[in-house]
Design a protein around this ligand. Structure first.
Ligand code: ZN
Length: 318
């Protein structure tokens, strides 16, 4: 909810008269109240969309309050959403907003319908071919009629080009409700940019094969999907206890050799997932290399995210 409706001067005048208060205070009251109602509307929208957690997104500049600076990047469950307490407005003239936050623990998978991005749930053990047959192929033949093949054209620098026609066909219901910052599909389609927390992570991964270890709760696969949307390259994530190892790759791979994967596995790391640049559903398909690396870990499955936040599990061959 980046834009609050601006109250008219007349409304402020009337309120000031009625309350015999200064115009400044009246304006402040109306703005704070409208931010409060925006925040409540945001809460309803998140609940309707099945968002389970949200992240505080402060505008970081010279005049950001210390309170909002300290809250930036904090993640709360929707059950704790309370305007003025865990959600904006935190103070008069508050410019802080929120974005949905998606965790990526395995279990029931949320999948997304390619074009409308409506979230639907598939059972946790549904495998790619089954999912594709049930959801994607029907869509491809009935509604998308081959559009999906046209959606991406990777140029030599790995960035993504799309025609305006295709852009206009993509509906972004979540993003319409707020700035879209940090949301992979909004980054890829509207260039909304990363959240401050995601940008901090990217700063630590400046080039191919950069590696960083961060606390588990500071990054999700959804964040890596946002980084892939922003940079057009792959990222891989390995988790051990409360620690995550993130490795930056290039447009087509991440540098994880057999030896290195074996070492990670011996050290009790789990391969949480990795990303593939792309916006089509087939960008979620695991490669032969992915399957070979998965064999080396003591786990049955891992996950691939693409540039739009779509994701799919892939499984060890039995
Ligand atoms: Zn892969």
């Amino acid at each position: 909810m980046s834009q609050q409706t601006q109250p008219s001067d007349a409304a402020i005048d009337n309120l000031a008269k009625a309350m015999e208060t200064s115009k400044y205070n009246a304006g402040r009251l109306i703005m704070t109240e409208s931010a409060y109602f925006s925040s409540e509307a945001q809460k309803d929208a998140y609940n309707k969309l099945g968002v389970e957690q949200f992240e505080i997104l402060a505008t970081l500049d010279d005049i950001t309050s210390e309170l909002c600076q300290s809250l930036d990047g904090k993640v709360f469950p929707m059950s704790e959403y309370q305007a003025g307490v865990t959600a904006p407005p935190f103070h008069p003239w508050c410019r802080t907003t929120t974005v949905p936050y998606f965790d990526d623990d395995f279990g029931e998978r949320a999948a997304r319908e390619p074009e409308t991005e409506k979230t639907y749930y598939v059972s946790g053990n549904m495998k790619y071919p089954e999912w594709r047959e049930n959801f994607v192929e029907k869509d491809l033949t009935q509604k998308h009629s081959g559009d999906i093949m046209l959606n991406r054209d990777i140029n030599s620098t790995g960035s993504v080009n799309m025609t305006d026609t295709i852009k206009s066909q993509i509906q972004l219901p979540i993003e319409r409700e707020h700035s879209g910052k940090g949301v992979p599909s909004a980054i890829i389609h509207s260039d909304t940019g990363l959240t401050n927390r995601q940008q901090t992570l990217l700063n630590q991964l400046p080039e191919y094969d950069s590696r960083v270890t961060v606390p588990k709760n500071s990054v999700s696969m959804r964040d890596l999907s946002a980084l892939t949307a922003e940079t057009g390259v792959e990222y891989a994530m390995f988790t051990k206890g409360q620690e995550r190892l993130i490795i930056r790759g290039n447009e087509v791979s991440v540098n994880v050799s057999t030896e290195f994967a074996e070492k990670l596995s011996r050290d009790s790391y789990r391969w949480s997932g990795h990303t593939h640049p792309g916006i089509e559903m087939y960008s979620l398909q695991s490669s032969e290399g992915d399957m070979n690396i998965l064999k080396l870990f003591n786990q049955k499955k891992s996950v691939i995210y693409n540039s739009t936040g779509n994701h799919l599990l892939f499984w060890k061959e039995e």
